[in-house]
Ligand binder design. Structure first.
Ligand code: HEM
Length: 528
């Protein structure tokens, strides 16, 4: 049960008596020169000063100052593990992807789960969507599926993504996160309502990464040898079941173990209790996209399963903890544009932008040669004409030709290379908006509210109330106005909840301190 897990003794790697793979032998500098001492700096005389010729000290300080790479601008805090993906149903009729040609085929993979808005030190159990990033090292190159634990998203045009994320981050004056900024943005961009209701419902606080589902959220595509295209949404259902924390329990855990989700995933794998997910797809033939009543490229909408049922195609198990967090998780570089043949994107406006954004982020965060790092390296041969660049730590393709075509050999694109089917795009270029009518903005949020249990509806109202109680009235009124259009029960529950929260007098901080020491000018020396 949840309580037991919180207080379970920590049996993680840090509690073991021996460090794995501790090398024996002489300490050196980074060039292999034996270190003269790792305790005492070289000084002129017993009391110092330090001599500049203490290269060992200088190298230690210089390297330490450069230990950090920039943290991810979003999803900064994440936990990950390696595992195995297995095909449970071959789908050659849908895709030419080598991965899906044979039932029972297996592929090594990496998963990284994350919170979105907080920095790397943020508590794990905060209300936030969770990232659900998967990298499959297939024989045709890496396939990355960079999803979330929600089937939809807050905005549907990448041009609003930066504004949305800024509203989730820290206020420019106070340096604090701000419910006012968040609800201001959400109230002014009501297409976010569907996702915001997910976020403030039970699924906004997963019990741990093992107990949540993942979704591609976007519509992607698959294409087969015959040149047919299918639009596809991916679903990753936790075989541990979906379990969530209450607001109170999440807050308690946050104050006692800010790395609770990190610990849960690591310890489960360490103890051989490998978490598993079922992989399923919803499949829409290309022609349906023209006529289906929901725009299949609108990231704020789901496809009802009654129209496009789930088809299970695989499952994966996470069974190997990283050997080193920085090397394998911090340097992991996921990119939605990593799609071997047989996988494709879709016209989804957000997805299109993401195809560019991630590789760009990696070049800045880790450096141009990030794809050659062991955790990102493809399982098949990589043959490009890219050369040089910072931290080119492999052989840089040796003496092989650096241009194509050439008379000396080297990789090229054979004429019979299987091509993605052409996509008809016969329309005018313009800055098109979205419909933003009642059905568009409130239809699926109403449906989500309808399928919630009575208990979850009550918690949803109180979670909203808790977050809105300290927010200025004009922002509250605008946001609750949208909830009103979802359900009168919900909006009045939220209003009642806000009134109750505001009526509770907060104790004065000074009443809660153990003792207040006044330091008079001139120095009243209190015990240190
Ligand atoms: C991380 C951009 C929407 C899921 C990131 C990163 C960037 C980014 C720059 C940091 C990458 C890094 O430094 O390694 C964007 C943009 C979006 C967008 C521009 C919209 C246009 C989404 C959506 C989803 C998503 C809709 C989910 C469906 C993730 C995940 C990560 C991430 C899971 C963390 C990957 C990891 O574990 O390393 N995003 N994002 N993002 N994003 Fe997005």
């Amino acid at each position: 049960d949840q309580k037991d897990t919180v207080y379970a003794p920590n049996e993680s790697a840090d509690m073991k008596t021996t460090a794995p793979q501790a090398p024996q032998g002489r300490l050196t500098n980074h060039s292999g020169n034996a270190a003269p001492s790792n305790t005492n700096s070289l000084t002129a005389g017993e009391r110092g000063p330090v001599l500049l010729q203490d290269w060992h000290l200088l190298e230690r300080m210089a390297h330490f100052n450069r230990e950090r790479v920039p943290e991810r601008v979003v999803h900064a805090k994440g936990s990950g593990a390696f595992g195995t993906f297995r095909v449970t149903r071959a789908i050659p009729e849908l895709t030419a992807a080598g991965l899906f040609q044979k039932e029972g085929a297996e592929c090594r993979m990496l998963a990284r789960f994350s919170t979105v808005a907080g920095e790397r030190g943020f508590p794990d159990t905060v209300r936030d969507p969770r990232g659900f990033a998967l990298k499959f090292y297939t024989e045709d190159g890496n396939w990355d599926m960079v999803g979330n634990n929600t089937p939809i998203f807050f905005v549907r045009d990448a041009i609003k993504f930066q504004d949305f994320i800024h509203s989730q981050k820290r206020h420019p004056v106070t340096g604090r996160r701000s419910n006012a900024m968040q609800f201001d943005f959400w109230g002014l961009r009501p297409e976010s309502l569907h996702q915001v209701m997910y976020l403030f419902g039970d699924r906004g606080l997963p019990r741990s990464y093992r107990f949540m589902n993942g979704y591609s959220s976007h519509t992607y595509s698959l294409w087969n040898e015959q040149g047919e295209r299918f639009y596809v949404k991916w679903h990753f259902h936790s075989q541990q079941g979906v379990q969530n924390l209450t607001e109170d329990l999440a807050a308690k855990i946050a104050s006692e173990n800010s790395d609770y989700h990190f610990q849960d995933l690591f310890d489960a794998i360490d103890q051989g209790d490998y978490p598993k997910w079922t992989v399923s797809i919803q499949v829409m033939p290309e022609a349906d996209a023209e006529t289906y009543h929901i725009n299949p490229f609108d990231l704020t909408k789901v496809w009802p399963h009654a129209d496009y049922p789930l088809m299970q195609v695989g499952e994966f198990e996470l069974n190997e903890n990283p050997q080193n967090y920085f090397a394998e998780i911090e340097q992991a570089a996921f990119e939605p544009s990593n799609m071997p043949r047989g996988f494709g994107a879709s016209p989804d406006k957000m997805l299109q932008a993401r195809l560019m954004s991630y590789a760009d982020a990696h070049r800045y965060r880790i450096g141009i040669n990030y794809a050659a790092l062991p955790v990102n390296k493809a399982a098949c041969p990589v043959m490009t004409y890219h050369r040089d660049g910072q931290t080119r730590f492999d052989g840089n393709f040796g003496g092989t030709p650096v241009y194509e075509p050439n008379s000396y050999g080297g990789p090229d694109v054979p004429a019979d290379t299987l091509q993605e089917p052409p996509m008809p795009l016969g329309s005018m270029a313009d800055r098109f908006g979205w419909p933003e009518d009642d059905a568009d903005l409130y239809g699926q949020p109403r449906e989500l509210y309808r399928v919630m249990s009575e208990g979850e509806r009550g918690r949803l109202a109180m979670n909203f109330a808790g977050a809105l109680a300290g927010v200025p009235d004009f922002i509250v009124d605008r946001f609750v106005g949208h909830l009103e259009k979802v359900s009168a029960e919900l909006s009045s529950g939220v209003r009642d909840g806000i009134a109750k929260k505001r009526a509770i007098a907060k104790p004065e901080l000074t009443d809660l301190l153990t003792e207040t020491h006044t330091h008079a000018a001139g120095g009243d020396q209190k015990p240190q």
